[in-house]
Design a protein around this ligand. Structure first.
Ligand code: WAQ
Ligand code: MG
Length: 260
């Protein structure tokens, strides 16, 4: 990518946006693009918004913005796939993995109870000491953006790790790698809100990106994305990192330093 003029491109699409505050989230997307590929990049996100299993949008927005900060290069988290035979088994595994990362058992229990209350288009931030939601973005959550992984490097990585190079894994692994690279992140728990996708994951710097093949039933359009964080004393700097720090995932390079 020509690093001299990089743009952050973001898309969000929803239903009933004009009638109800916020509307129903359909899809979102974020990537980094060179100036010369901006047309292609906008089109990639437009296609994603127009052909989505959650429905047709009646509100759609694509925004391009030049990135001024230097881009940080990160190695992808290690990936492991855990096959489970039932959703219940998937959640038992997810909970035990979260415990392994250092999230206390009672906080995991509390978070699970509150998951149905979070129909947002971003992520929910939960403090691991209090179990309280600390992002303050009640209807929206926090949307992580300014991140990408160049196709050629991603394909090389996928081939070497013998994983199928699917777009969804790519997007989720970019996000998890960015989020887990920050010291305040203890773990992430996620499954899609797309009714046709049931694999989810638990991720952390310590355990890597642990895919779990069933975290919901087919047809279910309720998703989840929770970042368990260590403190909310400097939550604004943390949110600023998630939203503003440009990140490029790049496999095979020695760039993996954590943010303090
Ligand atoms: N920042 C914050 N939250 C986000 C972002 C983002 N950039 N993108 C999505 N979310 C939240 C939002 O609330 C969505 O409703 C929810 O996550 C699910 O998003 O095979 O596809 O894009 O290894 O539907 C994981 C497994 C797939 C991939 C996750 O999530 C694999 C997925 P989706
Ligand atoms: Mg989705």
């Amino acid at each position: 990518m020509d690093q001299s003029r990089i743009y952050s491109v973001r898309m969000r699409a929803s239903e009933n946006e004009l009638h109800k505050n916020g509307g129903r989230h359909i899809s979102g997307g974020e990537l980094l693009s060179s100036y010369s590929e901006l047309g292609l990049s906008v089109n990639t996100l437009l296609e994603k918004a127009l052909h989505h299993s959650r429905g047709k949008p009646d509100f759609l927005q694509i925004q391009c913005e030049m990135v001024n900060q230097p881009i940080k290069l990160l190695n992808p988290l290690t990936v492991q796939t855990n096959d489970v035979t039932a959703v219940k088994e998937g959640h038992e595994l997810a909970k035990s993995l979260l415990e392994k990362t250092g999230v206390p058992k009672d906080i995991i229990k509390k978070a699970y109870k509150e998951i149905p209350e979070y129909p947002v288009r971003g992520a929910i931030l939960i403090d691991i000491h209090t179990g309280k939601r600390v992002d303050g973005r009640i209807d929206k959550g926090v949307r992580v953006s300014k991140m990408d992984w160049q196709t050629r490097n991603f394909k090389k990585w996928a081939k070497s790790k013998a994983v199928s190079p699917n777009q969804r894994l790519k997007e989720a692994l970019i996000l998890a790698t960015k989020v887990c690279n920050h010291q305040l992140t203890i773990a992430e728990l996620c499954w899609s809100d797309d009714p046709d996708y049931i694999t989810g994951y638990v991720a952390s710097e310590k355990i890597g990106y642990q895919r779990i093949t069933q975290l919901k039933q087919y047809g279910d359009d309720r998703g989840c994305r929770i970042f368990f964080v260590d403190t909310f004393s400097d939550i604004h700097t943390y949110i600023n990192y998630l939203e503003e720090q440009p990140i490029l995932v790049q496999w095979g390079e020695e760039h993996d330093t954590r943010v303090d």
